[in-house]
Write a protein that binds this ligand. Structure first.
Ligand code: FBP
Length: 560
């Protein structure tokens, strides 16, 4: 018998809340259709690429006066991409709805991410198996992976596996890239007259899969609360010992939503936001000067300590770094089949080949970096061709450069302090935490709702649950056509249909909150200590949503 921690035992008993529209049972739902939709941009091209699934209406569910019966259905589910707290509850909600609709329905889980459906690796869910994972973090129930589902051959193989298991719908739980693939698969299944439906669920701790219809992706709430707890603890340590500057890099591949939210929850001395760095065209040197300036001012006040929060994706938003990385990416892509590169015997030889091909400007930027960062920039790309920013130690790069700058200032008599720094990277610590009550409820509702979309015959939709700052009973469940969120973007040198990534809006209420307060937070210690996520107790503590959701909602209400 597996030993469980006391919290594991308690969380297994938690009963996630559903919106009242879904709480009367899966067979008592009526679907309400809105107006026909359009893609956010590039309508003609998206329409052409998604001839069968384009233009469908947004739908919502309400309780129906009469109960219906559901025909037998088998469904397959895939977890795709990086882990996010609550993924197990999406599957639990899906499983419960499916069994409630018809007890002979079956749920299959594809193992190891999208590759599971291609290779036919799966398990069948049972009550006993599902019950071990309710309200737990992680994706270990069936595993995850980053295989891109996009080629004709992969779609064909997926079809064969679905046919073998008599699967009539596939649920893909993933971020913007995975849901783009869900849209492609949905279109392919319709085009090939297969009747197999595809439904997506909005996942990613990064919080960048959001738009008019999707208020937030799941996992963001728990991950940001976990990082905020850790930052708060470090702030208390820094304020006690008063001898270290802590440089904390916070996960979030591209957008800075996670760093921004964690900063609003903790009020550190410095918070960098990548989108602002890009908009203001800040060079690495100007970032170093900005941070050094605050360090000097604090030292003048006798405070040789502080907290700096740095978003994971920063390096790709610094203009000169961005061009250098783009140059590196092109070179590395062109070398994939180059015999000299492929047959090079040592890593050093491979690096030399790449370095020799850099253009003049890129070589200058690249050569100004410490050796360790150069190595990290040359590491393998992810399957989408992205630099793996989680492996680039920007926090250490900044410490080194600021240290040099402060030495210069000291020699000029402009700095009287002592700079001793500690670096941290909070990322993986937050991706598999026990989901907060918010994420446990939201995820269960998303999964339950995904089956409602299937039961109503929809395909190419993203499960959507809205009105999230209100109690769960008032949440609004429904579906959004995936094509509605798409536009054309350049990927691997070609224009492709993709779901638009939402970056931090510098004119939005969340960034404004930081902007209005950061001067005060820089010099005066306004640290907040959020503490650990609370799962039991007053709802003002346990069910609190993020600052991001609250500020965005308040702005929305103010503009009505
Ligand atoms: P998703 O976009 O797939 O949700 O993953 C996001 C993320 O957690 C990023 O924040 C991070 O940069 C990346 O995954 C790390 O990837 P890996 O798990 O492959 O190291």
């Amino acid at each position: 018998m597996r030993k469980l921690s006391p919290l594991q035992i308690e969380r297994l008993k938690y009963q996630p809340k559903l919106p009242s529209s879904l709480s009367q049972g899966i067979n008592s739902l009526e679907m309400v259709e809105g107006e026909a939709t359009q893609s956010v941009r590039d309508q003609e091209q998206i329409k052409e690429l998604f001839k069968n699934t384009y233009g469908k209406p947004v739908v919502t569910f309400k309780v129906s006066g009469s109960a219906s019966t559901s025909s037998q259905k088998n469904v397959g589910v895939i977890l795709s991409g990086g882990q996010a707290p609550g993924g197990h509850n999406v599957i639990a909600g899906l499983y419960d709805a499916l069994k409630q609709a018809n007890s002979s329905n079956k749920l299959y889980g594809f193992l190891g991410g999208p590759s599971g459906i291609i290779d036919g690796k799966y398990i069948e869910f049972t009550d006993e198996f599902m019950d071990q994972y309710r309200n737990t973090g992680g994706f270990d129930i069936i595993g995850s992976g980053r295989t891109k589902l996009e080629t004709e051959e992969q779609f064909q193989k997926s079809l064969e596996v679905c046919r073998k298991l008599n699967i009539s719908a596939v649920v893909i739980i993933g971020g913007d890239d995975s849901n783009t693939n869900a849209a492609l698969l949905a279109e392919w299944f319709v085009k090939n007259n297969t009747d197999i439906q595809v439904i997506g669920c909005p996942k990613t701790i990064d919080g960048d899969l959001k738009n008019e219809q999707i208020e937030i992706s799941f996992g963001f709430d728990t991950a940001t609360k976990t990082y905020a707890e850790l930052i708060g603890n470090i702030q208390r340590d820094a304020n006690s010992a008063k001898k270290y500057w802590h440089f904390i890099k916070i996960m979030g591949r591209s957008a800075s939503h996670v760093a921004l939210e964690a900063a609003l929850q903790t009020q550190p001395n410095i918070t960098l936001i990548s989108e602002e760095v890009e908009a203001k065209k800040m060079s690495l040197e100007s970032i170093v000067n900005y941070m050094s300036d605050i360090i000097v001012k604090r030292a003048d006040m006798g405070k040789n300590f502080g907290i700096a929060v740095i978003p994971e994706g920063l390096i790709e938003f610094i203009p000169e770094m961005k061009s250098m990385i783009a140059n590196l990416n092109d070179i590395m892509a062109s070398l994939e089949t180059d015999p000299d590169f492929v047959n090079a015997t040592t890593i050093r030889d491979k690096f030399d080949i790449v370095e020799n091909r850099l253009d003049e400007d890129s070589a200058k930027v690249y050569n100004s970096l410490p050796a360790i960062i150069k190595g990290q920039l040359l590491a393998d790309r992810d399957p989408h061709g992205n630099v793996q920013v989680s492996k680039i130690e920007t926090e250490k790069l900044l410490i080194e450069m600021i240290s040099t700058r402060l030495d210069e200032l000291k020699s000029q008599g402009d700095y009287i302090g002592k700079f001793s720094a500690q670096s941290h990277f909070f990322g993986y610590e937050g991706r598999c935490a026990f989901p907060s009550n918010f994420d446990a409820d939201y995820c269960y509702s998303l999964g339950y709702n995904a089956f409602a979309l299937i039961n109503n015959g929809l395909t190419g939709y993203l499960s959507s649950v809205r009105n999230l700052t209100q109690p769960a009973s008032e949440w609004v469940a429904g579906g959004v056509p995936l094509t509605m969120m798409m536009n054309m973007e350049k990927r691997h040198g070609e224009m492709k249909p993709v779901i638009q990534k939402a970056l931090v809006r510098l004119d939005g209420p969340v960034f404004k909150q930081l902007e209005e307060n950061r001067e005060d937070w820089a010099l005066n210690d306004r640290y907040l200590f959020p503490g650990a996520i609370q799962y039991f107790g007053p709802s003002s503590v346990c069910d609190l949503t993020t600052c991001t959701l609250q500020l965005e909602r308040a702005k929305e209400l103010a503009s009505v």
